[in-house]
Design a binder for this molecule. Structure first.
Ligand code: ADP
Ligand code: MG
Length: 277
């Protein structure tokens, strides 16, 4: 789904379509519900992908309540806010993060960007268009919910990764997000990571449950152009609930550096492997 440089209404493309050459593959990380692990996953997945040789940028697209800087223990002097207000160049705002990737942080001065005005649209699009040619992959760590800003950030991405946990509230929010993305953005392939699972295999079960609801209530209502297929959820992996995750976040360290051998770190590396085999 190549939407970034193309403002025509979206037509579904093959889910496995390759990224346009010469620019990063952009993946939005979203969830519906907050506190499920989007920011934790964005940071650690970026580190895992960087280790696999990719040049990765994480953009804190949670413009209203940014906290990627906290997870990465960065104290940025320059943020997206400065770029948006022409106080700094993009060059100055792209910072190296521990883990071997780059970040564009939103910082805390961004509350005024939590509403999707024409200005916010233009600025976010311009920033992403400028950075896209310089990376292999861009991860957009979005905010919770399905506000206009979140949906707009997702619309700029080639892929969407939904993070869900086994909690019923997370699953209903994940479903609501998937439904909106199918109808408003004509998404036909959505990636799924199930975080905070209690047992090995829970990810597969939850993907099955979500797919069943999608098949029953979403897929029959979509319109299909010739060659278009129903929406499919693609499980990229599961990450166990793990005390080390909390510890790493408290210490403001990447889990992949702090406890690289723990099960959750393994789960994240498996997600990275599924993304870039
Ligand atoms: N796999 C996990 N095991 C244990 N705790 C986790 C796990 N993933 C996330 N958490 C907890 O959830 C909290 C919220 O994560 P965060 O990434 O900030 O969520 P979001 O960005 O979706 O709002 C983290 O601070 C951490 O304590
Ligand atoms: Mg977050």
């Amino acid at each position: 789904m190549s939407t970034l440089f193309d403002t025509t209404p979206k037509a579904a493309t093959s889910p496995a379509a390759s990224p346009p050459t010469g620019r990063a593959r952009i993946m939005a990380i979203s969830s519906g519900k907050g506190g499920v692990g989007k920011t934790f996953l964005s940071a650690n997945l970026a580190a895992a992908l960087a280790k696999r040789g990719e040049k990765v940028l994480v953009l804190d697209a949670d413009l209203g309540l940014a906290n990627l800087d906290v997870v990465l223990n960065l104290f940025p002097k320059i943020t997206l806010h400065d770029v948006f207000t022409h106080k700094a160049t993009l060059e100055q705002a792209i910072l190296p993060a521990p883990g071997g990737f780059s970040v564009l942080l939103a910082g805390s001065g961004m509350v005024e960007y939590s509403r999707l005005t024409a200005d916010v649209r233009e600025k976010l699009l311009a920033v992403i268009q400028q950075v896209a040619p310089r990376f292999d992959r861009i991860l957009l760590d979005t905010g919770a919910g399905i506000s206009d800003v979140v949906l707009y950030a997702i619309s700029l991405a080639d892929d969407v990764l939904i993070v869900a946990t086994p909690e019923p509230t997370s699953l209903t929010d994940a479903y609501a997000t998937i439904k909106v993305l199918a109808s408003q953005q004509n998404r036909r392939n959505i990636k799924l990571v199930v975080n905070q699972v209690n047992r090995v295999g829970d990810g597969r079960v939850i993907r099955g449950q979500l797919q069943q609801v999608v098949d029953r209530f979403v897929n029959p209502n979509l319109s299909y152009a010739i060659g278009e297929t129903p929406l499919r959820l693609d499980l990229l992996g599961e990450i166990p609930i793990d005390l080390s995750v909390r510890e790493a976040i408290q210490k403001r360290r990447l889990l992949l550096d702090w406890v690289p051998g723990c099960e959750a770190a393994r789960g994240i590396r498996a997600v990275a492997e599924n993304l870039s085999p």
